[in-house]
Design a protein around this ligand. Sequence first.
Ligand SMILES: Cc1ncc(COP(=O)(O)O)c(C=O)c1O
Length: 419
Amino acid sequence: MKSHPITVSRRGFLAQSASAGALGCLSGTSVAASPLEQSGDDAVVAAQYRGFVKKSVKDLPTPALLIDLDIFEHNLQALAGYMKGRAVTFRPHGKAHKSPAIGKLQLASGAKGLCAAKLGEADVLIRGGIKDVLITAEVVGKLKIERLMGLLAMTPDVKAVVDNDQNAIDLSEAALASKRKLKVAIDVNVGQNRTGLDKPEDVVALAQVIAKQKGLELIGLQGYGGNNQHTVGFENRRTKEVQSNERVVAARQALEKAGFAVQMVSVGGTGSYNIDADFPGVTEIQPGSYIFMDSHYNKIGGKDTPDFKEFGNSLSVLSTVISRAVSGRAIVDAGGKALSTDESVPEPMDLTGATFGVAGDEYGALRLQNPSRELKVGDQVQIMPGHCDTTVNLHNVFFGVRKGMVEHVWPIEGRGRTD
Ligand SMILES: Cc1ncc(COP(=O)(O)O)c(C=O)c1O
């Protein structure tokens, strides 16, 4: 199942998924009544977007970033249901949504806390009321460390990762100066060759440096195998992720042998959630995309099915046809500034027999081979992002829709917060 236009009902989506055996992991769990009703965040939306609650999707200004709430709720509950009763817990990555409103729904679904990629994201999540936030990229430099101390003053449960002695010393000095203790995890390179220490002995050496820093408390390890997440084919993915997890668990064992207590071993993402969730030595997983999905993730393949179906495509960009002047093409008003193309090509959702290509910053071209419906100027077309995180980062708000009506407008406070 690759696309779910907004007209697909939750029942229809669940029936499609269940009939393919995709929800085997959910047996005994049902989709709960909407927790979204508890959210009061619509009130903080900028005035130009607020008036659209209770309006028809047809009245939205396009390009508009839509969340199909039935599918989104299913995704929330599918992960939470899978993790329920397991020793490993989940800490969803807020880089996918950059929005406290959605972060709080993840907490309500059972998440232990959230991840943020950067200080800017952590800032909006913490100001939005989320207290337990792991910043998954190293915080380096005086200015950034001062900002981190500002967050630490708001919550003692903000956590940083480190892979460098001097950075650990700098973090500790700043924490001591503000009379606080900062929780840190050592970042382990599990194969992505991006950040993190390679060898267990290097991890132990850094732990010994951290132990001498009175401003720091070592809580454990992070070992994110980003290079594994989109590996096509479950068995291929499993083989790679197991190797990654073995590396972080070896670091854990070395730490414990050297006398350090390890409370947290944080790994994985959406592609590996069902590989990591039972891995001995891991304590939590960091999936981000599962709430939205995208055309890239759709292609990786599931555990028991050819398609990765546990989570549905809840995210789309609603566009409007603005020109039919060129034969064989319908030009829509969503281009490179509304849909990212860094990982995979966006795909039309409520139209078959057509492909999408960016035709400029503000233009998308639907190339019509054998279109399933006639397209006129003014018609709307829903496009599935190729990569959910980078597409979300292009928009100011999510429009949460159900049965063609807008129920929520959630601000994306963290958009552009790559700082
Ligand atoms: C450190 C870290 N953890 C978790 C994730 C979440 O990955 P996904 O969106 O594939 O679930 C990411 C995504 O890039 C990440 O960088």
